[in-house]
Design a binder for this molecule. Structure first.
Ligand code: ZN
Length: 93
């Protein structure tokens, strides 16, 4: 599969969730109920984690459940760029 799933870590390196793109190319954060320490194998751990929330298109402060550091989730610029730049490319002539 070509879909890449990136982990989203707190400033201390605990895995707080994962980032993926939905079908429209918009980034989503899948937030885990419980942060995971680094010795985590992506393939083994994937099915065991509990997804607390799916965050999309909003800025949000997330606190790590292990060390309580806060990281700000920002959905990225892709969605804005799509909205602004779409029309010209769609010209039929
Ligand atoms: Zn942490």
């Amino acid at each position: 599969m070509s879909q890449t799933i990136a982990v989203w870590k707190c400033p201390a390196g605990h895995v707080m969730g994962q980032v993926r793109r939905n079908g429209r190319g918009i980034r989503q954060l899948l937030l885990y109920r419980q942060a995971i320490d680094l010795d985590w194998n992506e393939e083994d751990g994937m099915e065991e984690v509990d997804i607390l929330a799916v965050v999309e298109g909003q800025v949000m402060n997330v606190r790590c459940s292990i060390c309580e550091r806060v990281r700000t989730w920002a959905p990225g610029k892709e969605s804005e760029r799509r909205r602004g730049g779409r029309r010209e490319g769609a010209k039929p002539w």
